[in-house]
Structures are given as structure tokens and as C-alpha cells.
Design a protein around this ligand. Structure first.
Ligand code: GDP
Length: 226
């Protein structure tokens, strides 16, 4: 249970849209998309499930490197989460890793609706080469980057805070960082507040940015554009 005060959580409405195996399968590039990236086993699925208060929206897995696709969740029309594959894990075959590195590089550079990247790192193993690569890509495109140090319950408060400070120091200007624990719910409100800023969700402004994706897919299928 979280010790933080429960507040309105706009991410509870997140729903699965599609698992894209290539960039062409992604939804229309409009509205605001926030990518969640992290090495396999970083705790990304657990963080998405905690954020959305849904037990199994993003699958959690003990077999790292299994998911090699971009999974899209819609929070409300025009606002999406893109759950990126964590190709950085050593057990992913080199060819697959290179393939996804290339796909993600194109995604980072071309995706117009990409508002920012939430980069998840296990607090016990932060700033690995994969993480530095993501930070670099964000920096080069001028994209917002927010580091979430996961599994903070695995460290005592002192070491957790000192890792947070070290990571903050290593980040380029403008990038931010926080600690997070899916098990304890710690850091959830901080993440919600950050995302609300990126998605431009505030008092009186949580409405949709467009028509529901499902509508648009049906329109495409029937050709019944108004
Ligand atoms: P992903 O591969 O990045 O999606 O990582 P998962 O969310 O599947 O988590 C990987 C492993 O770390 C699983 O065994 C989770 O139960 C565990 N884990 C994830 N978040 C936490 C956390 O906040 N605390 C602890 N103690 N374990 C966690």
C-alpha cells in the first residue's frame, strides 16, 4: 500500500491498443505519446501496472527479453503510452538487439507525437550502456527525459537517496530523476505529477485530444469518414 495520499489518477483508464512489430503498425502520429523505456527486468511492466492501477495491463515477466514489440496503451483519445522493448539485456540475441536498436533509433528521431521518455532503471544497476544511449538520443532530439529508479524498496533509504543524487549529477541539463517502488507504491504520485505536465493534464484540462483510436480504426475499415 502506498503511504502517499490517494488522488485522482488519470492513468487508471489506460487500455491496450496494439503490439506493433514495426513502426508502420503504430497508431497515427498525432496527439501526445510518452515512451517508457528500460532494460529488460528493469521493472517497467510493474511500474506501468502500478501507474495505471491495473494488475496485468503490461505483462510482468521473469523471462527477460521476451517482448520485442512496441506496445501501445491509450489513456484517453490522443494520449498514449508506448512501452518500448528492452533490448539491452544480454540474453537477447545480438541480431535481434541490433534490429531493435535500429527501430528504436528511428522511432526516437521521427515520432512527432513523442513528448518525452520515462527511462526505468533498477536502482541497484543504474546508468548502463542502454540507459546512456536512451539519454543521448533524448538529449540530441531535445526530448524530455525522466529517470525512474525502480525497486527502491531493495535499498535502504540512505543508499537509495545517494544513488538518486549520483544519477541526477550524471544526467544532462533538464533531465529529471526520482525513486520508485512498485511493491510499496512509493514515487507513484511524483510520476503522475510529471506525466500530467507532459500530457497537459491539469485542472479543467484532462479531456481528449482527438477521437478514440477504436473509432478511427473503424472509420478506416468502413471508409465512413464524416
Ligand atoms: P520489465 O522486464 O522491465 O517489464 O520488469 P518487470 O516489471 O517484469 O519486473 C522484473 C522483476 O522485478 C519481477 O520479478 C518483478 O516482480 C520485480 N520488481 C518489479 N518492480 C519491483 C519493485 O518495485 N520492488 C521489488 N522488490 N521488485 C520489483
Amino acid at each position: 500500500m502506498s503511504s502517499e495520499t490517494p488522488r485522482h489518477n488519470p492513468y487508471r483508464s489506460a487500455a491496450y491498443v496494439i503490439s506493433a512489430h514495426n513502426l508502420r503498425q503504430l497508431p497515427e502520429d498525432t496527439g501526445l505519446e510518452v515512451a517508457f523505456a528500460g532494460r529488460s527486468n528493469a521493472g517497467k511492466s510493474s511500474a506501468i501496472n502500478t501507474l495505471t492501477e491495473q494488475k496485468s495491463l503490461a505483462r510482468t515477466s521473469k523471462t527477460p527479453g521476451r517482448t520485442q514489440q512496441i506496445v501501445i496503451f491509450e489513456i484517453n483519445p490522443g494520449r498514449r503510452i508506448a512501452d518500448l522493448p528492452g533490448y539491452g539485456y544480454a540474453k537477447v540475441p545480438a541480431r535481434l538487439r541490433d534490429h531493435w536498436k535500429h527501430v528504436l533509433q528511428i522511432y526516437f528521431h521521427q515520432r512527432e507525437s513523442l513528448r518525452g521518455v520515462v527511462l526505468l532503471m533498477d536502482i541497484r544497476h543504474p546508468m548502463r550502456p542502454f540507459d546512456r544511449q536512451m539519454i543521448d538520443w533524448c538529449h540530441h532530439r531535445g526530448l524530455s527525459c525522466h529517470v525512474v529508479l525502480t525497486k527502491s524498496d531493495k535499498l535502504k533509504r540512505g543508499p537509495a537517496q545517494s544513488t538518486l543524487l549520483q544519477v541526477r549529477k550524471a544526467l544532462p541539463p533538464g533531465a529529471t530523476a526520482q525513486t520508485f517502488s512498485a511493491s510499496k507504491g512509493e514515487g507513484k504520485q511524483e510520476l503522475i505529477a510529471l506525466l500530467n505536465g507532459w500530457y497537459e493534464i491539469g485542472a479543467g484540462n484532462s479531456g481528449s485530444l482527438g477521437r478514440p483510436l477504436q473509432d478511427r480504426i473503424e472509420t478506416l475499415a468502413t471508409g465512413a469518414e464524416p
